[in-house]
Design a protein around this ligand. Structure first.
Ligand code: BDP
Length: 607
């Protein structure tokens, strides 16, 4: 799926701003036809943003069920003869969309874009303004990713949407909802470019880059032109049906993309009609790079790459999970400042705008799909309660997981920054049905994108985990000295060395420490250090780093977590998860200075 941009043949109308908003406590809106009838009350609501932290009452923050959004927009007369799509960057978690009172589309899943052609429903020019109405439902159940369960807290039962319904879920981030990412009207020519798929390889003889480009279009041919970072054309080709709508370009002596040297080429694709006239034009920023796993190494451009960085969340004050360029640019600046080279999009695909920024600024990304909360464990972190049963993740949810992986790869495959896919975080990989589930998901991911390594982030211990054979990198989340052996820093090395040895013997694959970290309340100091103080967070990271530095097959360290973030309320959370190395307001804790020193030393090759 192409990101919407303006070109000589395309226009984008941003529909951000303040929309009308109305919560629908008892699900009355559908029955009363709120898509065209007046609403009982109207509140102002910013888009993009989560609605939860904008209002002032707890009822709205914890709302379970539908809410409604509405705005009007005029379309230029010149668009009448073109194709106009209404595109949502993400709407969490289910959406129904009407244009001028008529149903346009519906979508399930809160972290990926969807669009539909709206031309027949729209008015243009002097015909007047169009009304767009969106119903958003935030319910999580065993058909959604992440999953959840709605519990009825009222005496009289109650149903989803009732005032006493409570949403329960098993992942550790707040269930923000709303129009989270940009909403746009996108004008493009009829029969234009639908998709572009690229893949880069290296000619082992002369080091040239080979760029394979496939175009998806009903047009008879596409001219494909590659310009280097200075704008000079370096390769051209033609894709047409006889060539399977694909062509291969060669770039001698390319500038390879990497964090630290994020050279971006530009691929221009022009759809031509039978007379060779221009029908549509799209420009794709493209980094040339290769990635593969070889033995113990993760190779970027045939050189060992070590992941230094974080798990992160799309999360900020007031806007919740609403997209904000200011937050994203600040975060990229902080990542560079602290000497990080990578992030994981824990625990869902991030906004396309973030990936475009990561391409441009040189931050490597592990792209994760929202399969999180598919695991339960006891106090000793042993798995309990089957998850992949017919009633739970074994049914609908598997199909949704496959759809999500397909949509994520189709959206993100052209991003140089994405070096690896993560198919899930902390899932029941010890269950027979779980193994079967992930075998299907991994097979699909490899078929769609054979060019990137795969991982499934584990919390299971090696004695339980059974999916090592499906992945290229074993990624584990570990909290020795925090959730287990609380405050005992010496336990970290003892337990980590023992466990790592077991993984190694079992799978002989490179390993990533995809999470490790300790909560620290900014401003809380303790000498000697104790849990929740800034000093303890530093000591904790140091202890883990000493342990992992002893193993050469570890290909990276991702601290949990980049910044403090909101979670549901609970006795282990003080105003959210405080494992951030930065505060929620993106200011450094003491740990940030420690990591900066360590990672800058590593970057300079002094470790
Ligand atoms: C890990 C999860 C992450 C949590 C973290 C924590 O992957 O989502 O936020 O634990 O407890 O297990 O801080």
């Amino acid at each position: 799926m192409l990101y919407p941009i303006d070109t000589e043949t395309r226009s984008v109308l941003e529909l951000g701003g303040v929309w009308d908003f109305c919560p629908d406590a008892d699900g009355a809106g559908l029955k009363a036809h709120w898509e065209s009838e007046p609403w009982p009350a109207v509140f102002p609501m910013p888009v993009p943003a989560s609605y939860n932290d904008i209002m002032t009452d707890a009822h709205m923050r914890d709302h379970v069920g539908p809410v409604w959004y509405r705005r009007t927009v005029c379309c230029p007369e010149t668009w009448r003869s073109q194709q106009v799509r209404l595109r949502f960057g993400a709407a969490a978690h289910h959406a129904l969309v009407w244009v001028n009172g008529r149903l346009l589309c519906s979508h399930q899943g809160g972290f990926l874009p969807f669009e539909a052609e709206a031309t027949p429903l729209l008015k243009f020019g002097p015909d007047g303004a169009n009304t767009i109405v969106v119903l958003i439902d935030n319910i999580l159940d065993w058909t959604t990713l992440p999953p959840g369960e709605v519990r009825c807290a009222g005496m009289d039962g109650g149903a989803p949407g009732a005032a006493r319904a409570r949403q329960d879920y098993f992942h550790d981030f707040f269930n923000y909802a709303g129009l989270h990412r940009p909403v746009r009207l996108v004008m493009q020519p009829r029969l234009g470019i639908e998709d572009i798929r690229t893949r880069v390889s290296r000619d082992m003889d002369d080091g040239a880059a080979r760029l394979w480009v496939e175009t998806v279009t009903p047009a008879p041919a596409c001219r494909v032109t590659l310009a280097d970072p200075r704008g000079h054309t370096v390769a051209e080709g033609l894709s047409h049906p006889a060539a399977g709508h694909a062509c291969e370009l060669r770039v001698a002596a390319p500038q390879w993309w990497s964090p630290g040297a994020p050279a971006l080429y530009e691929l221009k694709v022009e759809a031509l009609d039978a007379d060779g006239a221009l029908r549509d034009c799209y420009r794709l920023p493209l980094g040339l790079r290769t990635v593969r796993v070889d033995g113990d190494c993760f190779l970027l451009n045939e050189r060992p790459f070590y992941f230094r960085g974080f798990g992160r969340h799309e999360d900020a004050d007031l806007r919740g999970k609403g997209h904000d360029d200011a937050v994203n640019v600040r975060d990229i600046n902080l990542l560079k400042w602290v000497g990080a080279n990578s992030v994981r999009t824990s625990h869902y695909p991030y906004a396309e705008e973030f990936l475009r920024l990561a391409d441009r600024e040189g931050i490597a990304v592990i792209g994760e799909c929202p399969a999180v909360g598919l695991y339960r464990f006891d106090e000793q972190e042993n798995p309990v309660t089957p998850i992949f049963t017919d009633e739970k993740a074994g049914g609908e949810l598997r199909r949704h997981h496959l759809d999500t992986v397909r949509d994520m790869i189709n959206r993100d495959r052209n991003h140089a920054c994405i070096l690896m896919w993560s198919l899930g975080n902390e899932t029941a990989t010890h269950e027979d049905a779980g193994v079967e589930h992930f075998t299907a998901v991994a097979r699909l991911a490899r078929a769609l994108d054979p060019s990137r390594p795969l991982t499934i982030v584990e919390c299971n211990y090696p004695r339980h985990s059974r999916i090592g054979g499906l992945v290229d990198v074993i990624a584990i989340n570990r909290y020795y000295g925090w959730y287990l052996d609380c405050g005992d820093l010496a336990a970290i090395a003892e337990k980590f060395h023992a466990e790592i040895g077991e993984w190694r013997r079992r799978w002989k694959k490179p390993m990533l420490l995809s999470e490790y970290g300790a909560d620290a309340v900014a401003g809380l100091h303790k000498l000697p250090s104790a849990m929740f103080s800034e000093e303890f967070q530093v000591d904790y990271l140091k202890a883990f780093n000493r342990a992992l530095d002893a193993h050469s097959f570890i290909i990276g360290e991702h601290v949990w977590v980049f910044a403090d973030f909101a979670t549901k309320q609970g006795i282990t959370r003080i105003d959210g998860n405080r494992k951030g190395v930065f505060t929620r307001q993106r200011q450094p804790k003491a740990a940030a200075f420690y990591l900066k020193e360590r990672w800058e030393r590593m970057r300079a090759g002094k470790t």
